[in-house]
Design a protein around this ligand. Structure first.
Ligand SMILES: *Cc1c(COP(=O)(O)O)cnc(C)c1O
Length: 357
C-alpha cells in the first residue's frame, strides 16, 4: 500500500493571496519571494503560478537557476547577491538583479564591469545588523556605483527586524533612519516584507517583498492567515494506516510516554519527522481525521504518528488525516512545536509528494 503522504498545493489560493498583496499595496510593485523551494511548496510550481509578479526573489544562485528553468523570463532578484566572481558571472548569465550588501560584492562588480541595463539593489542596514552597508554610506556608495558602466540606478532597500510587532518602535525607527539617509538620493525604495505590508502599510513604497503571506500564512504571532483574508496554500495530509483498540493503561509510542486514560481507539498515521512533521510537537497537538478534530498522542516517530481518536464518529484505515493547511492553520500547529509556521512549511522533506490542485 502506498503511503499517500502528500502536500496539496492550492494554486488558486496562491493567486488569491497575491491579489490580496496587490490590494494592500496598490501603489507598489510586487517582488514575490520564492526562496527555500518556494517556502517548501516547490519553487518551479510557485514561480509558474505567479506570472503577474513584477519580480521573483530568491536567496541563492541555485534557486535563481531553478526559477529560470521554470520558464520565468521576468525580473529575478538575488536577495543576498553573489559570493565570489564565479557566482557573479552566473548571476549575470541568469540576467538576475542582485543585491549589493557587502564591499566585496561591489569590488567584484567594479573589477568586472557589467552588461548594459544591469539592475542592482543597494542594501542598507538600518539596525538589524545582519546584511547591508551602514545607511549613512548610502550617498557615497551610490556615487561609486554610478561610475560603473551599464548599471542602472540602484533600488535602495532595507529589511525590518520587528515588523511582526506593531507595538515595537523599531520598525518606525528603521524606516526613519532609512528616509533620513536616503532623502536626497534617487532610486526606487524597497522596505516591506509580509509583516510590514500587514502592520506598517506606510512602508510599502515602490517595491514590496512579500513571502510568507503569499502562502496564506500570517507572520504575526497569535494571528492566522484568514485574519488577513489569506488562504492556506499547502495542506499536508496522510492516511490512517492502522486503528488500534487500546485498553485503559496501555502505553503508546517511543518512550511509552502516552498512557491511555480509558479504553479507546488509537490511530496510526503515515507521517513523521522524516517527512518534516516536527518531532518537537507536544502530545495534544491538533490534527484532523476525516475533517474532525483529533490529537497527537505520544512522540512523533520518523515515519509514523499515533493519534488519540476519542470523540470521532468513526475512524478506519485509509481515512484522511490533515496535519495542517485547509481547516487547520499551520500557525496553530507551529505553536505546539515551539516553532514558527515558516519552519514547518520549509521543513517538509523531499519524501512528501507535492500535488498541485
Ligand atoms: C525572506 C525575505 C523576505 C520575505 O519575508 P516574509 O517574512 O516571508 O514576507 C523579504 N525580504 C528579504 C530580504 C528576505 O530575505
Amino acid at each position: 500500500m502506498s503511503r499517500n503522504t502528500t502536500a496539496r498545493i492550492d494554486l488558486s489560493a496562491l493567486q488569491h493571496n497575491f491579489a490580496t498583496v496587490r490590494r494592500l499595496a496598490p501603489d507598489s510593485r510586487v517582488a514575490s519571494v520564492v526562496k527555500a523551494d518556494g517556502y517548501g511548496h516547490g519553487i518551479q510550481r510557485i514561480a509558474r503560478a505567479l506570472p503577474d509578479s513584477d519580480l521573483l526573489a530568491v536567496a541563492t544562485l541555485g534557486e535563481a537557476q531553478s526559477v529560470r528553468d521554470s520558464g520565468w523570463r521576468g525580473r529575478l532578484l538575488l536577495l543576498e547577491g553573489y559570493t565570489g566572481r564565479n557566482e557573479f558571472m552566473w548571476a549575470r548569465k541568469l540576467d538576475a538583479d542582485f543585491v549589493l550588501h557587502h564591499p566585496s560584492q561591489l569590488e567584484i562588480l567594479e573589477a568586472n564591469g557589467c552588461c548594459s541595463r544591469q539592475h542592482v539593489w543597494l542594501k542598507l542596514d538600518t539596525g538589524m545588523h545582519r546584511l547591508g552597508f551602514p545607511a549613512r554610506e548610502a550617498a557615497s556608495l551610490l556615487q561609486r556605483i554610478a561610475r560603473i558602466s551599464g548599471v542602472h540606478e540602484p533600488v535602495l532597500m532595507t529589511h525590518f527586524a520587528c515588523a511582526d510587532d506593531t507595538d515595537n518602535d523599531m520598525t518606525r525607527e528603521q524606516a526613519a533612519l532609512f528616509d533620513q539617509e536616503t532623502q536626497s538620493l534617487p532610486g526606487q525604495r524597497s522596505l516591506a516584507n509580509s509583516a510590514a505590508v500587514l502592520n506598517f502599510p506606510e512602508t510599502c513604497r515602490d517595491i514590496v517583498r512579500p513571502g510568507v503571506m503569499l502562502y496564506g500564512i500570517s507572520p504575526i504571532p497569535g494571528r492566522v492567515g484568514s485574519d488577513h483574508g489569506l488562504q492556506p496554500v499547502m495542506t499536508l495530509e496522510c492516511q490512517l494506516l492502522a486503528v488500534n483498540a487500546c485498553r485503559a493503561g496501555d502505553r503508546v509510542g517511543y518512550g511509552a510516554t502516552w498512557v491511555c486514560p480509558e479504553d479507546m481507539l488509537i490511530g496510526v498515521a503515515g507521517i513523521g519527522y522524516g517527512d518534516g512533521y516536527p518531532r518537537h510537537l507536544r502530545s495534544g497537538a491538533p490534527v484532523l481525521v476525516n475533517g474532525q478534530p483529533a490529537r497527537l498522542a505520544g512522540r512523533v516517530s520518523m515515519d509514523l504518528i499515533t493519534l488519540d481518536l476519542r470523540g470521532l464518529d468513526k475512524a478506519e484505515v485509509g481515512d484522511p488525516v490533515v496535519l495542517w493547511g485547509a481547516g487547520l492553520p499551520v500557525e496553530t500547529v507551529a505553536e505546539w512545536a515551539g516553532a514558527i509556521p515558516y519552519e514547518l512549511i520549509c521543513g517538509v522533506t523531499g519524501r512528501v509528494r507535492r500535488k498541485s490542485v
